[in-house]
Design a protein around this ligand. Structure first.
Ligand code: PHE
Length: 361
């Protein structure tokens, strides 16, 4: 038998073995036995050196061809074995993604998040954008720019969390209200400004209706001809939409905030039944927010001309809104991350509040 005929036989034999191999391990055995250092093909290649030139011209390419053919056959077989394994897995490991989540694993939306979404919907519909500011503020943004100079008594009322003194003697604070966002917004936007600024706020205080961290929503409107009527209408529309009532008694009580003049606190009518508050009717009053016409000093601190621009601002306690609307008695439970509480007071995660579809279903 000629040398090339022998090679053809060897190729047939190897390809048959490759085709019959049932797994990776067997394929590897075949590869080592043929193409490994001491493999049958490798041994034949070692013989090339001893051949005369004519023989080598024939056998060299033939052996290289054999080596390539066998190598490729092994790779192809390996791939098809993997495909088979994968197909088998895909066929057996199925998951029906249209099934509802398992009840014990379904999360709920926290009442604060729910109320935040509702408030954003309502004010968004009136043309307000959402603005944000940092939790750690400078004394300037939290107080001075808001017309609360050093030594002003309002600073004491805020039960402020202060950071350690910095080298220049100044101290950062955890913002005690969302009002600093008023200044930051005026610095960065041209009037007309219409924003709400929801977020965390901090005061050193804790009882049934106070927690050291709580949430506020600030509102700010700045334009050339904005007056108290706009403020009143906005807040009335907001309260009616939020509490989902057609009629709502509201009362504006004169009050004092350094950053607004005049300042008003807003109460809404309510009644009490079995310790539960009902919003809208009744002869009792509930205070729900602080508001007023932005003080000229504040407009100037925000870099705008108070001769040209005026506007109004308000601040609402988000957690308090949630307590009132959803009858939740203790604020501290909001932040205890108790799963039983969350299951009881939480909202279905796919029921996104919209004005058209209903805020709450
Ligand atoms: N920042 C005030 C507070 O925390 C609320 C407020 C905001 C009042 C804007 C008037 C205008 O009590």
């Amino acid at each position: 038998m000629s040398a090339t005929a022998k090679l053809e036989d060897l190729e047939k034999e190897l390809l048959a073995a490759v085709a019959a191999a049932g797994d990776d391990a067997r394929l590897e055995e075949i590869r080592v036995a043929a193409l490994g250092k001491k493999g049958s093909v490798s041994e034949l290649m070692k013989g090339l050196g001893a051949m005369d030139a004519d023989q080598r011209k024939v056998m060299g390419p033939a052996l290289n061809g054999l080596k390539m053919t066998v190598g490729e056959a092994i790779s192809a077989r390996r791939q098809s074995l993997h495909d088979v394994v994968l197909e088998a897995r895909i066929a057996t490991e199925t998951i029906d993604v249209t099934l509802p989540a398992r009840p014990e694993q379904a999360g709920t939306v926290h009442p604060v998040s729910q109320v935040l979404d509702e408030v954003i919907q309502i004010f968004g519909d009136m043309g307000f954008a959402v603005a944000e500011g940092p939790h750690i503020e400078t004394d300037f943004y939290n107080f001075t720019a808001l017309n609360i100079p050093p030594e002003h008594p309002a600073r004491q009322e805020h039960d402020t969390f202060y950071f350690n003194e910095r080298e220049d003697g100044s101290r950062m604070v955890l913002r005690t209200h969302t009002s600093p966002v008023q200044i930051r917004t005026m610095e960065n936007q041209e009037p007309p400004i219409r924003i709400i600024a929801p977020g965390r706020t901090f005061r050193c205080d804790s009882d049934q209706t106070h927690t050291p961290m709580f949430h506020q929503i600030e509102g700010l409107v700045i334009d050339e001809e904005t007056h108290l009527g706009h403020l009143k209408w906005c807040l009335e529309e907001f309260c009616k939409a939020f509490f989902e009532v057609d009629e709502l008694k509201m009362r504006f009580r004169s009050s004092h905030f350094p950053f607004t003049e005049p300042s008003m606190e807003v109460d809404i009518g309510c009644s009490w039944e079995d310790g539960q508050v009902k919003i809208g009717a009744g002869d009792d009053w509930l205070e729900i927010l602080g508001s007023g016409v932005v003080h000229p000093n504040v407009i100037a601190a925000g870099g705008l001309d108070p001769e040209r621009y005026q506007g109004f601002a308000f601040g609402v306690g988000l957690d308090r809104l949630a307590m009132l609307k959803y009858g939740i008695p203790d604020l501290r439970a909001f932040f205890e991350a108790d799963l039983r509480w969350l299951r009881h007071y939480g909202f279905a995660s796919l029921d996104v509040p919209t004005l058209a579809g209903g805020l709450t279903r």
